[in-house]
Design a protein around this ligand. Sequence first.
Ligand SMILES: [Zn+2]
Ligand SMILES: [Zn+2]
Length: 470
Amino acid sequence: MMIADLILREHHLSTLQAELLRADGKEHAAYVIFGISRIGADPFTHQPRLRVMVKDVFAVNDDEIKSSDHQHISWSTERFVQLLARAEREGLQLGIAHSHPAGPTHFSAQDDANEAELIRLSQNRNGADAILPSLLFAGEGFAAGRVWLSPTSFINLGSARTVSSSWRTISFDQEGSVENRALARQDLALGPEFNQAMRHLRVGVVGAGGTGSPLLQQIARMGAGYIAIFDPDYVEHSNLNRLYGATMMDADQGNKKVDVARREIDRMGLGTSVATFDAWIGSPACRDALKSMDLIFGCTDDHDGRSLLNRLAYYYLIPVIDIGLALRVTERHGLTCLEADGRATVLEPGCACLLCRRIVDAGVAAEEALRRNDPVEYERRKVEAYVRGEGNPSPAVISFTTSVATMAVEEMIQRMNRFRGVDGDIANRVRKFNMAEDFRPGAKKEPCRVCGSDRVHGIGDVQPFLGRAG
Ligand SMILES: [Zn+2]
Ligand SMILES: [Zn+2]
């Protein structure tokens, strides 16, 4: 069975609430432009999914309303048709939102009839692929949602989630909370809502190595219901100083890092569903899984992988917390010094991206892509010193890799629970371990087209995927 969900930015939710639930107590309506993400198979249910992302909200003006009271509204569809043209031009979908200020908290028979007419209009104008998302606000807020696929069929939204600073989940499925003894102490600290949200969250972890493995240990024990792990690498002996769960035998046998990670989470017995992908995240095999995530931790060292996640965050409104660690041993006045910098960076609309923070190097990313796609040409250029080559193995210590993973998990808690207060978000935190201090470096003043332009935020599926050539 197809399932559907919605992601919207916090400010769009506030706009919808303000427009639809006004003090006059009457029904109101709005047009909503959506980006769409079609998922062939969810990595956990293996069922197709549909995800819609809010891009724009337009209130239906008073002069378009034919009649309205506390339990009905009817309005001219002239602007609906105009917006259909825009949606078609930009590869987007047009939907509606309306309110039942005095209830009911479900769609009425009149809504069914009206919306069937609107989807008929959409498909006549924009083709059989056009869909019609419809959102209902009642009482205090968001009450229900559905996506019409044809004049005779729709799927209900299972949940709506907010991004851009505050990450909240609004669940439309009526299911009671399940008491979990393993999470009782966490419940005391972060509240039952946090545990409930973790249970539903689909968390992706890209990279199951030095920083990914401590992160996986933490989020699994925090009650994450669904974890997808992406890593093409095998356990090596040089990983054993920091890879949680990995044994000498794993290195001797060359076991996959994703298999070690899955084994460790399964052994906890906390009921986590785990999906693993032993491929580079840019390969088509990973695409549906990445698009199915609610939150992704980027624990990879490769610039090309990072630049893909960087776009994914803005195109699909899937927040990414990217982490990195740089250890350098230097000589100063004849003394050997260890410099250790850890970083956790949040990527989502409202935050500067990795390119604008000069964390991803586009040149190195291109070389990595070349190495993967055309190894012969890559070797030729390496000989001629046109590419930098892989370089020496970097130093690594488990205390630092674990600490940087913890910085990322703390940022997730902040966005879900606000334990540092509403102004406590830290989009980019750098910890200088040898100074025992944290810094918050800024970004370029002129943001790029990915993080700085509203156009791609929540645009969803485009050709090519994420607008990336090759
Ligand atoms: Zn209604
Ligand atoms: Zn940017």
